[in-house]
Design a binder for this molecule. Structure first.
Ligand code: ZN
Ligand code: ZN
Length: 370
Protein backbone atom coordinates (compact mmCIF):
# COMPACT_ATOMS: atom_id res chain seq x y z
CA UNK A 1 0.00 0.00 0.00
CA UNK A 2 1.29 3.43 -0.97
CA UNK A 3 1.12 5.24 2.40
CA UNK A 4 3.62 7.96 1.45
CA UNK A 5 1.68 8.71 -1.74
CA UNK A 6 -1.53 9.00 0.27
CA UNK A 7 0.13 11.34 2.76
CA UNK A 8 1.34 13.54 -0.10
CA UNK A 9 -2.12 13.61 -1.67
CA UNK A 10 -3.61 14.64 1.66
CA UNK A 11 -1.09 17.44 2.07
CA UNK A 12 -1.97 18.71 -1.42
CA UNK A 13 -5.62 18.74 -0.35
CA UNK A 14 -4.76 20.57 2.87
CA UNK A 15 -2.74 23.16 0.95
CA UNK A 16 -5.72 23.76 -1.38
CA UNK A 17 -7.97 24.24 1.62
CA UNK A 18 -5.38 26.49 3.30
CA UNK A 19 -5.16 24.19 6.28
CA UNK A 20 -1.56 23.86 7.52
CA UNK A 21 -2.47 21.01 9.84
CA UNK A 22 -5.10 18.39 10.54
CA UNK A 23 -6.20 15.96 13.20
CA UNK A 24 -7.38 12.56 11.91
CA UNK A 25 -9.62 10.68 14.36
CA UNK A 26 -11.62 8.32 12.13
CA UNK A 27 -9.80 4.99 12.46
CA UNK A 28 -10.33 3.84 8.85
CA UNK A 29 -8.71 7.12 7.76
CA UNK A 30 -5.84 6.61 10.21
CA UNK A 31 -5.33 3.14 8.77
CA UNK A 32 -5.49 4.44 5.22
CA UNK A 33 -2.88 7.11 5.84
CA UNK A 34 -0.28 5.21 7.87
CA UNK A 35 -1.22 1.52 8.06
CA UNK A 36 -2.11 1.34 11.77
CA UNK A 37 -4.92 -1.16 12.37
CA UNK A 38 -5.37 -0.85 16.16
CA UNK A 39 -8.59 0.28 17.80
CA UNK A 40 -7.34 3.49 19.45
CA UNK A 41 -5.26 6.15 17.74
CA UNK A 42 -5.18 9.74 16.59
CA UNK A 43 -3.06 10.90 13.69
CA UNK A 44 -1.75 14.48 13.59
CA UNK A 45 -0.60 15.95 10.28
CA UNK A 46 1.34 19.18 9.85
CA UNK A 47 2.28 20.44 6.41
CA UNK A 48 5.47 22.44 6.14
CA UNK A 49 6.43 23.25 2.56
CA UNK A 50 5.60 20.24 0.41
CA UNK A 51 6.36 17.51 2.90
CA UNK A 52 3.78 16.52 5.47
CA UNK A 53 4.95 15.60 8.95
CA UNK A 54 2.85 12.98 10.74
CA UNK A 55 2.66 11.66 14.28
CA UNK A 56 0.47 8.79 15.47
CA UNK A 57 -0.69 8.88 19.08
CA UNK A 58 -1.81 5.61 20.63
CA UNK A 59 -1.58 3.84 23.98
CA UNK A 60 0.64 1.22 25.63
CA UNK A 61 -1.39 -1.73 24.33
CA UNK A 62 -0.22 -0.91 20.83
CA UNK A 63 3.51 -0.20 21.29
CA UNK A 64 4.66 -3.23 19.33
CA UNK A 65 1.83 -3.24 16.79
CA UNK A 66 2.40 0.43 15.95
CA UNK A 67 6.12 -0.19 15.54
CA UNK A 68 5.37 -3.01 13.09
CA UNK A 69 2.60 -1.34 11.12
CA UNK A 70 3.00 2.42 10.97
CA UNK A 71 4.66 3.91 7.92
CA UNK A 72 5.58 7.54 7.32
CA UNK A 73 4.58 8.73 10.79
CA UNK A 74 6.34 9.05 14.13
CA UNK A 75 4.75 6.82 16.79
CA UNK A 76 4.03 8.32 20.20
CA UNK A 77 2.74 6.21 23.09
CA UNK A 78 0.61 8.90 24.70
CA UNK A 79 0.68 8.38 28.45
CA UNK A 80 -1.13 11.68 29.00
CA UNK A 81 -3.99 10.79 26.62
CA UNK A 82 -3.89 10.68 22.82
CA UNK A 83 -6.00 13.81 22.26
CA UNK A 84 -4.01 15.89 24.75
CA UNK A 85 -0.66 14.86 23.30
CA UNK A 86 -1.80 15.22 19.68
CA UNK A 87 -3.08 18.73 20.43
CA UNK A 88 0.25 19.57 22.08
CA UNK A 89 2.19 18.24 19.10
CA UNK A 90 0.07 20.31 16.69
CA UNK A 91 0.54 23.43 18.83
CA UNK A 92 4.31 22.91 18.59
CA UNK A 93 4.27 22.07 14.87
CA UNK A 94 1.86 24.74 13.61
CA UNK A 95 2.05 28.49 13.94
CA UNK A 96 0.08 30.46 16.51
CA UNK A 97 -3.48 30.97 15.25
CA UNK A 98 -2.93 28.39 12.51
CA UNK A 99 -6.08 26.75 11.18
CA UNK A 100 -6.16 23.06 12.06
CA UNK A 101 -8.73 20.79 10.47
CA UNK A 102 -10.59 18.11 12.36
CA UNK A 103 -12.97 15.46 11.10
CA UNK A 104 -16.36 16.91 11.99
CA UNK A 105 -18.20 13.75 10.89
CA UNK A 106 -16.20 11.67 13.37
CA UNK A 107 -15.60 13.88 16.36
CA UNK A 108 -17.80 14.17 19.42
CA UNK A 109 -18.90 17.52 20.75
CA UNK A 110 -17.19 16.83 24.06
CA UNK A 111 -13.91 15.98 22.31
CA UNK A 112 -14.20 19.27 20.45
CA UNK A 113 -14.70 21.16 23.72
CA UNK A 114 -11.60 19.48 25.19
CA UNK A 115 -9.61 20.29 22.10
CA UNK A 116 -10.42 23.97 22.33
CA UNK A 117 -9.18 24.02 25.90
CA UNK A 118 -6.09 21.91 25.17
CA UNK A 119 -4.85 24.06 22.29
CA UNK A 120 -6.57 27.42 22.48
CA UNK A 121 -3.97 29.10 20.28
CA UNK A 122 -5.01 27.07 17.25
CA UNK A 123 -8.10 27.72 15.16
CA UNK A 124 -10.04 24.50 14.88
CA UNK A 125 -11.72 24.13 11.54
CA UNK A 126 -14.37 21.46 10.83
CA UNK A 127 -13.74 19.43 7.66
CA UNK A 128 -15.86 16.77 6.01
CA UNK A 129 -14.81 13.73 3.96
CA UNK A 130 -11.33 14.97 3.11
CA UNK A 131 -9.60 11.61 3.48
CA UNK A 132 -12.75 9.76 2.41
CA UNK A 133 -12.53 11.47 -0.98
CA UNK A 134 -8.96 10.25 -1.42
CA UNK A 135 -10.07 6.75 -0.44
CA UNK A 136 -12.76 6.65 -3.13
CA UNK A 137 -10.21 5.98 -5.88
CA UNK A 138 -8.41 2.72 -5.20
CA UNK A 139 -4.77 1.86 -5.83
CA UNK A 140 -3.92 -1.37 -7.69
CA UNK A 141 -2.92 -3.06 -4.40
CA UNK A 142 -6.29 -2.14 -2.88
CA UNK A 143 -8.17 -3.47 -5.91
CA UNK A 144 -6.23 -6.74 -5.61
CA UNK A 145 -7.25 -7.02 -1.96
CA UNK A 146 -10.90 -6.25 -2.78
CA UNK A 147 -10.86 -8.91 -5.51
CA UNK A 148 -9.57 -11.44 -2.99
CA UNK A 149 -12.37 -10.59 -0.54
CA UNK A 150 -14.99 -10.84 -3.30
CA UNK A 151 -13.64 -14.18 -4.53
CA UNK A 152 -13.73 -15.68 -1.04
CA UNK A 153 -17.34 -14.59 -0.42
CA UNK A 154 -18.44 -15.66 -3.91
CA UNK A 155 -17.08 -19.18 -3.47
CA UNK A 156 -18.76 -19.52 -0.09
CA UNK A 157 -22.10 -18.35 -1.48
CA UNK A 158 -22.01 -20.94 -4.27
CA UNK A 159 -21.09 -23.66 -1.78
CA UNK A 160 -23.96 -23.00 0.63
CA UNK A 161 -26.85 -21.76 -1.53
CA UNK A 162 -28.22 -25.26 -2.15
CA UNK A 163 -28.62 -25.76 1.61
CA UNK A 164 -31.42 -23.18 1.75
CA UNK A 165 -34.72 -25.01 2.22
CA UNK A 166 -38.06 -24.44 3.93
CA UNK A 167 -38.04 -24.72 7.71
CA UNK A 168 -34.37 -23.86 8.30
CA UNK A 169 -33.95 -20.75 10.44
CA UNK A 170 -32.59 -17.68 8.71
CA UNK A 171 -29.96 -17.48 11.44
CA UNK A 172 -28.84 -21.03 10.62
CA UNK A 173 -28.20 -20.02 7.00
CA UNK A 174 -26.30 -16.94 8.20
CA UNK A 175 -24.31 -19.05 10.69
CA UNK A 176 -23.24 -21.55 8.05
CA UNK A 177 -22.28 -18.77 5.65
CA UNK A 178 -20.25 -16.97 8.29
CA UNK A 179 -18.61 -20.15 9.59
CA UNK A 180 -17.36 -21.14 6.15
CA UNK A 181 -16.17 -17.59 5.43
CA UNK A 182 -14.14 -17.56 8.64
CA UNK A 183 -12.77 -21.03 8.01
CA UNK A 184 -11.58 -19.84 4.60
CA UNK A 185 -9.69 -16.93 6.13
CA UNK A 186 -12.11 -14.00 6.45
CA UNK A 187 -11.09 -11.63 9.26
CA UNK A 188 -14.74 -10.88 9.94
CA UNK A 189 -17.97 -10.17 8.10
CA UNK A 190 -18.26 -6.70 6.49
CA UNK A 191 -21.62 -6.15 8.24
CA UNK A 192 -24.35 -8.20 9.88
CA UNK A 193 -25.41 -10.87 7.41
CA UNK A 194 -28.83 -10.36 5.87
CA UNK A 195 -30.98 -13.44 5.29
CA UNK A 196 -34.56 -12.33 4.75
CA UNK A 197 -37.16 -14.84 3.59
CA UNK A 198 -40.86 -14.81 2.71
CA UNK A 199 -42.54 -11.51 3.55
CA UNK A 200 -39.40 -10.47 5.47
CA UNK A 201 -37.64 -10.17 2.11
CA UNK A 202 -39.60 -6.92 1.78
CA UNK A 203 -37.29 -5.49 4.49
CA UNK A 204 -34.29 -4.05 2.65
CA UNK A 205 -32.18 -4.54 5.79
CA UNK A 206 -33.66 -7.78 7.13
CA UNK A 207 -30.85 -9.07 9.32
CA UNK A 208 -31.15 -12.88 9.73
CA UNK A 209 -33.90 -13.63 12.27
CA UNK A 210 -35.21 -16.77 13.98
CA UNK A 211 -37.92 -17.04 11.34
CA UNK A 212 -37.81 -20.34 9.41
CA UNK A 213 -37.40 -20.09 5.64
CA UNK A 214 -40.92 -19.92 4.20
CA UNK A 215 -42.23 -22.74 1.99
CA UNK A 216 -42.83 -20.40 -0.91
CA UNK A 217 -41.13 -17.07 -1.53
CA UNK A 218 -37.98 -15.10 -2.11
CA UNK A 219 -34.92 -15.26 0.13
CA UNK A 220 -32.51 -12.32 0.01
CA UNK A 221 -28.93 -13.05 1.07
CA UNK A 222 -26.70 -9.99 1.43
CA UNK A 223 -23.28 -10.40 3.01
CA UNK A 224 -19.60 -9.67 2.70
CA UNK A 225 -16.25 -10.48 4.22
CA UNK A 226 -13.24 -8.47 5.28
CA UNK A 227 -9.93 -9.77 4.00
CA UNK A 228 -6.65 -7.91 4.44
CA UNK A 229 -8.68 -4.97 5.77
CA UNK A 230 -10.89 -4.65 2.67
CA UNK A 231 -14.60 -5.40 2.41
CA UNK A 232 -16.71 -7.28 -0.08
CA UNK A 233 -20.47 -6.90 -0.52
CA UNK A 234 -22.85 -9.04 -2.59
CA UNK A 235 -26.56 -9.82 -2.71
CA UNK A 236 -28.38 -12.64 -4.41
CA UNK A 237 -32.07 -13.49 -4.20
CA UNK A 238 -33.25 -17.08 -4.61
CA UNK A 239 -36.77 -18.49 -4.73
CA UNK A 240 -37.86 -21.32 -2.48
CA UNK A 241 -40.86 -23.22 -3.88
CA UNK A 242 -42.34 -22.54 -7.30
CA UNK A 243 -42.25 -18.92 -8.52
CA UNK A 244 -45.41 -17.72 -10.29
CA UNK A 245 -45.52 -15.21 -13.15
CA UNK A 246 -45.57 -12.26 -10.78
CA UNK A 247 -42.47 -13.41 -8.90
CA UNK A 248 -40.64 -14.10 -12.15
CA UNK A 249 -41.60 -10.70 -13.53
CA UNK A 250 -40.36 -8.89 -10.42
CA UNK A 251 -37.08 -10.80 -10.44
CA UNK A 252 -36.53 -10.09 -14.13
CA UNK A 253 -37.28 -6.37 -13.64
CA UNK A 254 -34.71 -6.08 -10.83
CA UNK A 255 -32.15 -7.97 -12.90
CA UNK A 256 -32.79 -5.71 -15.90
CA UNK A 257 -32.40 -2.65 -13.66
CA UNK A 258 -29.17 -4.02 -12.22
CA UNK A 259 -27.79 -4.72 -15.72
CA UNK A 260 -28.80 -1.22 -16.85
CA UNK A 261 -26.96 0.26 -13.86
CA UNK A 262 -23.82 -1.71 -14.70
CA UNK A 263 -24.06 -0.72 -18.36
CA UNK A 264 -24.22 2.96 -17.41
CA UNK A 265 -21.09 2.94 -15.24
CA UNK A 266 -18.08 4.66 -16.77
CA UNK A 267 -15.48 7.17 -15.63
CA UNK A 268 -16.72 10.75 -15.93
CA UNK A 269 -20.42 9.93 -15.55
CA UNK A 270 -22.45 11.74 -12.89
CA UNK A 271 -23.17 9.35 -10.02
CA UNK A 272 -26.85 10.34 -10.17
CA UNK A 273 -27.00 9.06 -13.77
CA UNK A 274 -26.10 5.54 -12.64
CA UNK A 275 -28.97 5.66 -10.17
CA UNK A 276 -31.26 6.98 -12.86
CA UNK A 277 -30.31 4.22 -15.31
CA UNK A 278 -31.37 1.51 -12.85
CA UNK A 279 -34.36 3.38 -11.43
CA UNK A 280 -35.82 4.10 -14.87
CA UNK A 281 -36.08 0.37 -15.63
CA UNK A 282 -38.06 -0.27 -12.45
CA UNK A 283 -40.26 2.75 -13.04
CA UNK A 284 -41.10 1.51 -16.55
CA UNK A 285 -42.00 -1.86 -15.04
CA UNK A 286 -44.40 -0.12 -12.66
CA UNK A 287 -42.17 -0.96 -9.67
CA UNK A 288 -40.45 2.39 -9.12
CA UNK A 289 -42.28 3.12 -5.86
CA UNK A 290 -40.94 -0.11 -4.36
CA UNK A 291 -37.28 0.78 -4.99
CA UNK A 292 -36.73 2.60 -1.73
CA UNK A 293 -32.95 3.01 -1.46
CA UNK A 294 -30.05 4.23 -3.54
CA UNK A 295 -28.52 2.20 -6.38
CA UNK A 296 -25.09 1.72 -4.86
CA UNK A 297 -22.11 2.85 -2.83
CA UNK A 298 -18.34 2.72 -2.78
CA UNK A 299 -16.67 -0.15 -0.91
CA UNK A 300 -13.17 -0.39 0.53
CA UNK A 301 -11.80 -0.29 4.07
CA UNK A 302 -15.39 0.45 5.08
CA UNK A 303 -18.52 -1.17 3.74
CA UNK A 304 -20.07 2.17 2.79
CA UNK A 305 -17.66 4.60 1.17
CA UNK A 306 -17.78 7.33 -1.41
CA UNK A 307 -19.16 7.70 -3.95
CA UNK A 308 -22.86 7.27 -3.22
CA UNK A 309 -24.91 6.39 -6.31
CA UNK A 310 -28.01 8.27 -5.33
CA UNK A 311 -31.00 9.90 -6.88
CA UNK A 312 -30.79 13.60 -7.74
CA UNK A 313 -33.38 15.56 -5.78
CA UNK A 314 -34.28 19.22 -5.76
CA UNK A 315 -34.00 19.55 -2.00
CA UNK A 316 -30.70 17.81 -1.29
CA UNK A 317 -27.24 18.77 -2.45
CA UNK A 318 -25.82 16.60 -5.24
CA UNK A 319 -23.93 13.61 -3.85
CA UNK A 320 -20.17 14.08 -3.53
CA UNK A 321 -18.10 13.33 -5.47
CA UNK A 322 -20.43 14.11 -8.32
CA UNK A 323 -18.69 12.01 -10.95
CA UNK A 324 -17.28 8.53 -11.24
CA UNK A 325 -13.54 8.16 -11.67
CA UNK A 326 -11.48 5.23 -12.93
CA UNK A 327 -10.35 3.15 -9.96
CA UNK A 328 -13.49 3.62 -7.91
CA UNK A 329 -15.12 0.40 -6.69
CA UNK A 330 -18.90 0.61 -6.29
CA UNK A 331 -21.88 -1.66 -5.82
CA UNK A 332 -24.84 -1.77 -8.17
CA UNK A 333 -27.77 -3.03 -6.11
CA UNK A 334 -31.28 -2.05 -7.10
CA UNK A 335 -34.12 -3.78 -5.30
CA UNK A 336 -37.90 -4.03 -5.11
CA UNK A 337 -39.67 -4.45 -1.76
CA UNK A 338 -43.41 -4.99 -1.70
CA UNK A 339 -44.83 -4.85 1.83
CA UNK A 340 -46.70 -8.04 2.76
CA UNK A 341 -45.39 -9.83 -0.31
CA UNK A 342 -41.61 -9.90 -0.44
CA UNK A 343 -38.62 -8.44 -2.20
CA UNK A 344 -35.72 -8.93 -4.57
CA UNK A 345 -32.27 -7.35 -4.58
CA UNK A 346 -29.29 -8.18 -6.77
CA UNK A 347 -25.91 -6.66 -5.93
CA UNK A 348 -22.53 -6.85 -7.63
CA UNK A 349 -19.36 -4.90 -7.06
CA UNK A 350 -17.83 -3.24 -10.11
CA UNK A 351 -14.55 -1.49 -10.85
CA UNK A 352 -14.96 1.80 -12.73
CA UNK A 353 -12.70 2.09 -15.79
CA UNK A 354 -12.18 4.72 -18.48
CA UNK A 355 -14.28 2.75 -20.93
CA UNK A 356 -16.99 1.32 -18.68
CA UNK A 357 -16.60 -1.06 -15.79
CA UNK A 358 -15.45 -4.51 -14.82
CA UNK A 359 -17.95 -6.62 -12.88
CA UNK A 360 -15.97 -8.10 -9.99
CA UNK A 361 -18.66 -10.38 -8.51
CA UNK A 362 -18.57 -13.60 -10.54
CA UNK A 363 -21.74 -15.36 -9.29
CA UNK A 364 -24.58 -16.16 -11.68
CA UNK A 365 -27.64 -13.91 -11.59
CA UNK A 366 -30.07 -16.43 -13.08
CA UNK A 367 -32.97 -16.99 -10.68
CA UNK A 368 -32.12 -20.02 -8.56
CA UNK A 369 -35.24 -22.00 -7.60
CA UNK A 370 -34.79 -24.30 -4.61
ZN1 ZN B 1 -24.93 -5.68 0.32
ZN1 ZN C 1 -24.18 -2.77 -0.61
Amino acid sequence: MDYVGRQLRLSTQLAEKRLPAMLITHLPNVRYLCGFTGSAAILAVAVAGKRPRLALFTDGRYTEQARLEVQGAKVVIARGGALREAAGWLARNAEVNAKVGFEADHFSFSAYESLRKLASRLKWQPTSQLVERLRAVKEPAEIAQIRAAIDLASQVYDSIVADIRPGILETAIAAELEFVCRRMGAERMSFETIVASGTRSALPHGIASTQPIAANGFVIIDFGVVLGGYCSDMTRTVFVGQPNRRAERIYQAVLNAQLAGIKAVTAGLATTKVDYAARKVLEKAGLGEYFTHSTGHGVGIEIHELPGLRRATKTTKPPQPERLEAGMVVTIEPGVYIPGYGGVRIEDMVLVTDTGCEVLTPNSKELIVL
